[in-house]
Ligand binder design. Structure first.
Ligand code: 03F
Length: 206
């Protein structure tokens, strides 16, 4: 579990600008946590997150200090093609994946669960999906999601693997997740705010 806290997202400054480099650095550890879900079923999701990141990196030659600056620069640069272009588009999707993780972890630490099956993650995963990606997915991906969901590990297994197999009490692990969520959620919210402020959100489905 040391790992989750070692790769914290940064605390946001008062103006809520998200610095590009530390943001991408923190994101680059997320695929590792996806490995904690245990199944190769999750490999495409990992690729999706990493691919997104690479796209952001590649279209960002290092001169854009914050994510908000990338949006503004690309808006000027691309005219009517924007926002369905470049890093703006990659980040639009990445933030949905991040929101998935945010809602999932929040639901977990809030103790939301199926009373009849308290050790299943399905309820938390479904809530996360509905709150982030579902409305942007056509039936094919929605069905893919369902298939993936059934490969989700049990809650105790998931928490244990976040702790790298050490015997850590669930409550201790949840406390770490709570701490992780402070800066993580603030960051994800700030990115959503930027998209909404700049009118950069699109609602097409894939
Ligand atoms: C669009 C789209 N991207 C892509 O087409 C879809 C790919 C496959 C989607 C799979 C559906 C299922 C996802 C649900 C996850 C279930 C997890 C279950 C857990 C138990 C975009 O792609 C490109 O990204 C963009 O660059 C391109 O230009 O139109 C654009 C063009 O298309 C997506 O739908 C994004 C999918 C991201 C999913 C990430 C979810 C995170 C998963 C797991 C997190 C688990 C929590 C781990 C704990 C973390 C501890 C810190």
């Amino acid at each position: 579990m040391a790992l989750l806290m070692d790769h914290q997202f940064r605390q946001l400054p008062a103006d809520k600008q998200v610095e590009t480099r530390p943001f991408l650095e923190a994101c680059s550890y997320l695929p590792y946590f996806i490995d904690c879900l245990g199944s190769t079923m999750f490999a495409p999701i990992k690729a999706e997150i990493t691919g997104n990141l690479t796209a952001v990196f590649d279209s960002n030659p290092g001169k854009y200090k914050t994510l908000q600056q990338i949006l503004e620069a690309e808006k000027d640069q691309h005219g009517t093609q924007w926002p369905k272009v470049g890093a703006t588009l990659a980040l639009m999707w990445l933030k949905r994946g991040l929101r998935f993780i945010q809602v999932f972890l929040q639901s977990l630490v809030d103790g939301e669960r199926e009373e009849a099956n308290p050790n299943l993650l399905r309820l938390n995963v479904t809530k996360a999906y509905e709150g982030s990606l579902m409305s942007y997915h056509g039936w094919l991906r929605q069905r893919l999601f369902k298939a993936i969901m059934y490969a989700a590990p049990y809650k105790t297994e998931f928490l244990k693997s976040l702790s790298k197999g050490r015997e850590v009490k669930d409550e201790e692990c949840l406390e770490k997740i709570r701490k992780f969520l402070v800066n993580f959620s603030a960051t994800v919210d700030a990115i959503y705010e930027a998209y909404s402020k700049m009118n950069a959100e699109l609602d097409y489905t894939v």
